[in-house]
Design a protein around this ligand. Structure first.
Ligand SMILES: N[C@H](CCC[C@H](N)C(=O)O)C(=O)O
Length: 277
């Protein structure tokens, strides 16, 4: 099977063009290709498919084979793939996801996409729609005790569920130990992506992420959007927010007029190949 390996600020996936390839069991394929020793090595698998309602469809699977409703870094790479490979000549495209249809603006230089701005839609703050089990309608700056430590979390869905935790030191944080405890915590019926965030100033955040189904990744686009929303809700930030992730930076803006969150960042092709299934 032919594949293209791409990354959005270090959040890397194996991309399959399903206009040309047939994928029978995407969950199993995601687990296989994500394995660094027996497969290709990636944070998961992304399928590029036709759509009846948009220009294209993106289906996304984490490294453990679970399907994610949306992938911010992934959708920028899908946009780069379909433009650079000539599946479209439009610089404004729509992509259908399990989190709804997303609209993207492509910046092109020398015939190649170098930057993508994504309208990520509206954040969902109602606990039962995230979902998170809570005794309040929304979960903003709420205590959660994990392994004997009390953290304060703000929960946001960008189509997929996120729990944002602000703290003073993310660099030395034991994410390997604590990340899975959040991911599988009893009050997250669909598990959770967790962002651990340090506030630099009112327009700058530093973030690490433990992703549902993939563990720590170098970046998470939906997570960056959830983090920006949480930072505004908690009075830490406003306006345009620059988020520093391990793999690079994303620019996020929560537009008050439309209530839509916009994410701008790069996308890159690492290599292409064929894998024996
Ligand atoms: N692990 C996420 C999907 C990938 C999200 C992330 N890689 C992004 O860029 O948004 C989930 O299960 O909801």
């Amino acid at each position: 099977m032919k594949f293209t390996k791409m990354q959005g600020i270090g959040n890397d996936y194996v991309y399959v063009n399903c206009f040309e390839e047939k994928v029978e069991d995407p969950a199993a394929l995601a687990k296989f290709v994500s394995d660094r020793h027996f497969g290709i090595g990636s944070d998961g698998l992304i399928l590029i498919k036709p759509s009846k309602n948009a220009d294209f469809t993106m289906d996304m699977y984490n490294a453990d084979g679970s399907q994610g409703e949306m992938c911010g870094n992934g959708i920028r790479c899908v946009a780069k793939y379909v433009y650079d490979k000539g599946l479209t000549d439009q610089q404004q495209i729509s992509i259908e996801t399990l989190a709804g249809i997303k609209y993207l603006d492509l910046t092109v230089e020398d015939g190649k996409v170098v930057l993508v701005r994504v309208d990520m839609g509206e954040p969902e703050l109602i606990a039962e729609k995230i979902p998170v089990i809570a005794d309040s309608e929304k979960v903003i700056d709420a205590p959660i005790e994990i392994d004997g430590t009390t953290y304060h979390m703000t929960c946001v869905s960008m189509g997929n569920p996120h729990c944002v935790v602000f703290m003073d030191d993310v660099e030395n944080f034991e994410i390997e130990k604590t990340g899975p405890l959040f991911e599988n915590y009893k009050d997250f019926p669909k598990r959770i992506n967790t962002e651990f965030v340090k506030v630099i100033d009112e327009h700058t955040l530093q973030m690490r992420v433990w992703e549902r189904g993939s563990g720590e990744t170098l970046a998470c686009g939906t997570g960056a959007c959830a983090t920006a929303v949480a930072a505004v809700l908690n009075g830490h930030c406003n306006g345009e927010i620059l988020i520093h992730l391990l793999g690079g930076d994303l620019k996020i803006e929560w537009d008050k007029e439309t209530n839509h969150v916009f994410m701008t960042g790069p996308a890159a092709i690492s290599f292409e190949g064929e894998i024996n299934l």
